[in-house]
Write a protein of this length. Sequence first.
Length: 384
Amino acid sequence: MSTALPVLPTAPTGGQPTGPVRRATRRIRLGPIAVGGDAPISVQTMTVTPTHEVDLTLQAIASAQAAGADIVRVAVPRREDAEALTAIAEHARIPVIADIHFQWKYAVLAIEAGCAGVRINPGNIKKHDKVALLGRMADEAGVAIRIGVNGGSLEDAILEQFGGPTPEAMVESALREVRLLEDVGFADTKISVKHSDPWVMIQTYRLLAERTDYPLHLGVTEAGPLKTGSIKSAVGIGTLLAEGIGDTIRVSLSADPVEEVKAGIAILESLHLRERGLDVVSCPSCGRAQVDVWTLAEDVQKGLEGIDAPLRVAVMGCVVNGPGEAREADLGVAAGNGKGDIIRRGERIATVREEDIVEALVHFATEMADEIRAERGEGTPVVA
């Protein structure tokens, strides 16, 4: 396995860093969304509604889209789910991927229904002639296929050959399926090789990236509940993205799909792979703090909910780092001794009492967000 270090980001004029230099991959399309090549890294999630309940599923898709999802996947374990795909693909406003396990016939129905993509698992669809059939049909219909390998569902022959769900075993499973599709001339493929252990997942994707130039879908499968799952996903997905590996991502959580989308966007923003929205930075727990930073930062975060402009807001309570950090942010407060200096882009614009800090920051942040939207020609959002 290669030990070459990733290419580090550069800082353009103005001093703001760019994201990591990405690995060159093929470019495919999922409806209007490009994946791979120089296309932006997309964020995916998966609905949890019974897919055959069309209205509920479309509502779930709309919620995911509103949170920032670019692509959505729906489960198709039953025939009635497959039969509902036509209506879902027609009315959804973002590309829909049908998640197929075991029943290759449902993949046929998904392609015929107009889904933008189909996910198949080599460990579950074992008939090679059926995989070839899906490749021919998808090619004719302009539908992408994701080869989705999971450490927990590898083929028996692969497990026996490699002695378990090792990185080598998962990569071999994926590439065997790739070759079946290539044999019928199909190439609109993206690949995932997910594992529940972030370290195994990282090694697997690194190995796969050395072996192929197909676009890669990143994820730590079965990552867990919101808190621990977000951490595992940030480690696994973030490490690979920092190395330039990855073209589309899903944070797999035991939580509302909207939370998956939020976490995925946050990972991309933290690596400068997507424009930052609101970013609240604050002091860590520290004996130098002259204010209850924990409570203050939480109250500021809550007060700023709904502001989606690219603003960095610093909540600082220490004379050592506070003034400097506040000056580096778009808006900040250096708090202590019962008061707070409000600093806007390096200049102090007000000094307020400690109990008025949250209100002041919300006021100035809202004002700055409106200015940013006006500069971009965007209207002020209407709050319901």
